[in-house]
Design a protein around this ligand. Structure first.
Ligand SMILES: [Zn+2]
Length: 333
């Protein structure tokens, strides 16, 4: 079926979310749709009776859609967005009268409602509401502490929410149900989805930003590369403190693309469009990364915590940032 082939234009995480909404396993999802798939996506929703609207204007790379199976949920989402906007505009005034507590409490309550709207587990929503977006790193810190960072159950990558812990059962159960929803659409789509979920990921865990990486054999492709291993390693070690890990990989289009105002030699937007292709990746676990296009020599990423944390806030510092994680199918551990 042609639609199912076109579905593969979405990132796997969004394919899974969309399948879960279609099958009634998830009330709503926020999806990142590549611009070239936007017209198809709108038609797809139309034909299947899914309610959708753009959450914010498209940028140079992608459109941002809210999709759900029910007009009432769509109406709630719209009202919540309006409410959040007016709340943000009076934030300063509220702080004058009540020290900002009201703003914080309402913000938490909105997070809880929104979590329910997306069908996230209550334990994870509570944890996110209490600790904020940077809390996503916590589950990964636990995976590292327990030596399970190279064998993460794929269900953790099948869901969109920040799990409350590395052994959140609700998350694993939800992931299973979502993957079953993909199977109901098509077994071959499930195979595609699983093969992508099983790719290693390079993570900046706090913000949930990651790229998938397909490791390459240097000896097989070295003739095609503009940058040799020796050259790259020398460069990387001049920019990052030890221990530096180096690998050659192919990076497919990430689920989201961002840009930022850069201050050379740093390039901190992650993931950005220059990261797609054959990449040399070097990283100091927990601290920073340096990435160069192996075919052109163009710098794709250069970020260190010393540069990045002062801009975004101390809560984003985590040993789990800038590491490669691997997934396994359930039952494989
Ligand atoms: Zn949980």
């Amino acid at each position: 079926m042609q639609d199912l082939e076109l579905l593969a234009k979405l990132h796997v995480r969004d394919i899974i979310s969309l399948a879960a909404v279609l099958k009634g396993e998830k009330p709503a999802a926020s999806l990142v749709v590549p611009l070239e798939a936007k017209d198809w996506f709108e038609r797809f929703c139309e034909e299947r009776g899914l309610v959708r609207f753009e959450e914010r204007p498209s940028d140079a790379y992608q459109a941002w859609f809210f999709v759900c199976y029910d007009e009432e949920i769509a109406a709630l989402k719209r009202r919540m967005e309006e409410f959040k906007l007016s709340l943000a505009t009076v934030k300063g005034k509220l702080a004058t009268f009540s020290g900002g507590k009201a703003y914080g409490e309402v913000g938490k309550a909105l997070t809880v409602v929104e979590g329910a709207m997306y069908g996230y587990p209550e334990c994870c929503v509570e944890s996110y509401a209490a600790r904020g977006p940077a809390s996503r790193a916590r589950a990964y810190e636990e995976f590292l502490e327990r030596g399970r960072d190279q064998a993460i159950p794929i269900e953790f990558w099948a869901v969109a929410h920040a799990p409350c812990s590395s052994d959140c059962r609700e998350t694993v159960e939800l992931g299973k149900r979502y993957l079953d929803a993909v199977s109901e659409l098509s077994e071959s789509l499930r195979e595609h989805v699983e093969s992508r979920l099983l790719l290693p990921r390079f993570y900046q865990t706090g913000g949930g930003r990651f790229i998938e990486i397909e490791p390459l054999d240097y000896d097989r492709v070295r003739g095609e590369l503009a940058v040799s291993r020796e050259e790259f390693e020398r460069d990387a070690r001049a920019r990052l403190p030890e221990p530096v890990e180096v690998l050659l990989c192919e990076v497919p289009r990430p689920y989201v693309l961002v840009t930022a105002r850069e201050e050379p030699p740093y390039k901190v937007a992650f993931p950005n469009p220059d990261m797609i292709g054959t990449m040399w990746l070097a990283y100091t676990p927990g601290y920073g990364a340096y990435m160069v296009n192996a075919r052109t020599g163009q710098v794709a990423l250069y970020i260190t915590s010393d540069k990045w944390i002062p801009k975004v806030g101390e809560e984003w510092r985590s040993v789990s940032n800038f590491r490669v994680y691997k997934a396994v199918k359930s039952g494989a551990v």
